[in-house]
Design a protein around this ligand. Structure first.
Ligand code: S3P
Length: 179
């Protein structure tokens, strides 16, 4: 199972887009943890936050991750899988332990300015919906989570880079581990 790849990072860091490309390149399955949660709950992330609250979302997230950790190595395609996580998955100790158990943890970073630009106009991020301006909220989120994001095998700054270049960086790193 250690050959699987897990992408962590804040909202807007490119986990889902890069994850899909990576899985295609590595010829394996791609799993988006948020999509698993939405499927299981039968409602959108926005709805889960609005109707059940963040704690309920976190519980669904942990449960989905635990299930994935059990089955990740049984996915079709070389026994490995690429997983894009939600930005807050790193908040719980138990989740971080499971991410490590699943595979290589790649943390994607970007500057606050870049993230704010990428997320402007997105209305599917409930954590940015409150009274507080999104840039302030995001800044707080980044500083609260920095030490958890740092718990990764590699950190890659995506600021100002093309997806293709970030992809090449991840693949180069992955190949050094799994020659
Ligand atoms: C969250 C990030 C979102 C989603 C939820 C909470 C977070 O996923 O899981 O809105 O706590 O940062 P993305 O990182 O894919 O946007």
């Amino acid at each position: 199972m250690a050959a699987s790849l897990v992408l962590t990072g804040p909202m807007g860091s490119g986990k889902s887009s890069l994850g899909q490309l990576l899985a295609a390149r590595l010829d394996c399955s791609f799993i988006d943890l948020d999509a698993v949660i939405v499927n299981k709950a039968g409602k959108s992330i926005n709805q889960i936050f609005a109707e059940n609250g963040e704690e309920a979302f976190r519980n669904l997230e942990s449960a989905a991750l635990a299930e994935l950790a059990e089955h990740a190595d049984k996915q079709p395609g070389q026994g490995r899988v690429v997983i894009a996580t939600g930005g807050g998955v790193v908040l719980r100790d138990e989740n971080r332990r499971l991410l490590r158990q699943i595979g290589v943890v790649v943390n994607l970073t970007a500057t606050l300015e870049e993230l704010v630009g990428r997320l402007s106009g997105a209305d599917d991020r409930p954590l940015l919906h409150g009274e507080e301006p999104p840039a302030h909220r995001l800044k707080r989120i980044l500083s609260e989570r920095e030490r958890f994001y740092a718990d990764a095998d590699i950190r890659i700054d995506t600021t100002g880079k093309k997806l293709e270049d970030v992809l090449a960086e991840i693949i180069r790193f992955y190949q050094t581990l799994h020659k």
